[in-house]
Design a protein around this ligand. Structure first.
Ligand code: FAD
Length: 293
């Protein structure tokens, strides 16, 4: 489990980082927290000749927020910074919850939010709430920038839409309308450092009457190669009054929509049951939270 030789680069500016990415091409890998990358280098799945450490580039890190517009989250923002941000906790509760569940304190101190989406594990913690919150990613290169919804950026199991010469520089998370709440949860085989068997996030908005569902996103993780955005649950619930009967139908719809596989962590059948449980629980929690505001 030793690392092969590689050349280490530590650009200080975005321009320097993008020049290096362009000139070194596929001989190089970006190093963010290293909590996925270094393991893959140790087990020889990856053998980059160069590592480009992007942690010194100030503009790639940190969280800012503008009312009416939303939050900008830099790609190298640490998961621990998301977890402890009062802004994230107040405005984007599902993301706060997911950040607090990723790995251990040590892992959260090193790991970045950009690395979590770029590595694109189907069981990853933060893409699920970010997609539910409507986040877009900004991809940058020497030729400019482009934006896309996070659910389009993650194209499959450990696959993403980065083109040659690009890196993910930030997430744009829209401001939520009034009477909205988001919630996240997961089920794993034990309660410490496990990989999620299923995770889920919901982002719910209700009308002024406090009962009718105005808008809803429900996203499932670990039940498909990439975050699965439910179409069935919103079409069932939007425009209807929230009650127990509707909740039950929504939970069943989510369960039928999931596309889980059986693996060492759980059977497909168990995952489907868990999807129904999480959907029921999170929709109810989000609805109760909206009514408390
Ligand atoms: C013990 C342990 C427990 C863990 N538990 C969890 C868990 O519970 N939930 C979970 O989701 N994950 C978990 N992980 C996985 C890992 O910590 C996360 O996926 C983490 O967010 C990865 O971020 P990083 O900054 O460390 O990425 P790195 O390892 O630095 O990079 C990962 C990949 O993304 C690329 N990359 C990184 N940043 C960018 C960027 N800005 N633009 C383009 N490409 C980029 C890298 O080149 C590399 O290919 C765990 C890992 C360990 C070691």
């Amino acid at each position: 489990m030793y690392l092969d030789h590689f050349e280490y680069h530590a650009p200080q500016t975005s321009g320097q980082a993008m020049d290096l990415i362009e000139s070194l091409g596929d001989k190089a890998r970006l190093l963010a927290g290293g909590t996925d990358l270094l393991l893959m280098m140790k087990d020889k799945t990856l053998k980059p000749e160069h590592l480009i450490d992007i942690n010194n580039v100030e503009e790639y890190k940190g969280i800012s927020y503008e009312p009416g517009k939303g939050a900008v989250i830099g790609a190298t923002t640490k998961i621990a910074d998301l977890e402890h941000s009062t802004l994230i906790q107040e405005k984007y509760y599902a993301l706060h919850q997911a950040a607090g569940e990723l790995g251990s304190t040590q892992v959260r101190t090193m790991a970045t939010v950009g690395g979590n989406s770029c590595h694109a594990s189907p069981a990853a913690e933060t893409p699920t709430p970010l997609v539910a919150l409507g986040a877009k990613v900004v991809l940058s290169s020497t030729s400019g920038e482009r934006e896309m919804p996070l659910e389009e950026f993650i194209t499959g199991n450990r696959m993403n839409a980065l083109a040659e010469g690009e890196l993910l520089t930030r997430f744009l998370v829209p401001d939520l309308p009034p009477k909205s709440a988001s919630r996240y949860s997961y089920i794993g085989l034990r309660d410490a450092m496990e990989i999620d068997a299923v995770n889920m996030a919901v982002n719910l908005t209700v009308e002024d009457d406090g009962r009718t569902v105005k808008d809803l996103r429900l996203v499932m993780g670990s039940v498909a190669p990439r975050p699965l955005v439910s179409t069935e649950v919103p079409s069932l619930m939007i425009g209807k009054e929230f009650d127990e009967k509707l909740l039950e139908k929504a939970a069943q719809a989510a369960s039928e929509e999931a596309k889980p596989i059986s693996d060492i962590r759980a059977s497909a059948e168990y995952r489907r049951k868990v999807v129904a449980v999480l959907a029921r629980r999170l929709l109810k929690n989000a609805f109760d939270a909206v009514r408390e505001v």
